[in-house]
Design a protein around this ligand. Structure first.
Ligand code: ADP
Length: 193
């Protein structure tokens, strides 16, 4: 089972990716999580990407593609993976396609949620983190969120067409509850990987 989750920030990709990973017994690869842990660890990569992430901008294709290539080379991906946050540009999608070759993706799931709802969700996410005593994500504030949405519209939205033209795209309404969204996704996928 080799899946890519597409959708704007706040659409619920991470939540659905975790469920899919548990269901198909494959790892959840979130580039955002990988990069945030590098920033936290203060690694060279972390220092390189920190400012761009904090500003809601994408890091460059080559850097992220080599991070993902390294992760996909690990043995736990033999039966597949759930990619969350990659690819995010057409260049990244081409790189992934070349890497996977004929043994390509099973499907690409796009979660769509309108902008007003996304703003509500991101505000709720920041408030929840605050009341749990955790630090909200640095990029979960209105100005940066607006920038992340804009980056998504320009850089990532064209991937819907890219994958639709390959017959891989499954579009799901992401406004429903997490359980309902999961059920809709399940309707389109095999019961077992
Ligand atoms: P979002 O909630 O916006 O989907 P993520 O947690 O997936 O956020 O990613 C956070 C940040 O990490 C992005 O805004 C970007 O700076 C960086 N990033 C993650 N994945 C990629 C990628 N594939 N290409 C470039 N930058 C990325």
């Amino acid at each position: 089972m080799k899946l890519v989750l597409l959708g704007p920030p706040g659409a619920g990709k991470g939540t659905q990716a975790k469920r899919l990973a548990a269901r198909y017994h494959v790892p959840h690869l979130s580039t955002g999580d990988i990069l945030r842990s590098e920033v936290k660890a203060g690694s060279e990569l972390g220092r390189l990407v920190e400012d761009k992430m904090g500003a809601g901008k994408l890091i460059d294709d080559e850097t992220i593609s080599s991070v993902v290539a390294g992760r996909l080379a690990q043995s736990d991906t033999v039966n597949g993976f759930i990619l969350d946050g990659y690819p995010r540009t057409v260049a990244q999608a081409n790189t992934l396609e070349q890497r996977l070759g004929s043994d390509g993706l099973t499907a690409v799931i796009e979660l769509s949620v309108d902008e007003a709802e996304l703003f509500d969700r991101i505000q709720a996410r920041a408030t929840e983190a605050g009341s749990a005593g955790a630090q909200a994500r640095k990029d979960d504030n209105t100005a940066i969120f607006r920038k992340r949405l804009q980056t998504f519209a320009i850089e990532t939205k064209p991937l819907s067409e890219f994958y639709a033209s390959r017959g891989l795209l499954i579009q799901i309404d992401g406004r429903a509850s997490a359980d309902e969204v999961a059920a809709h996704i399940a309707d389109h996928l095999p019961k077992h990987g």
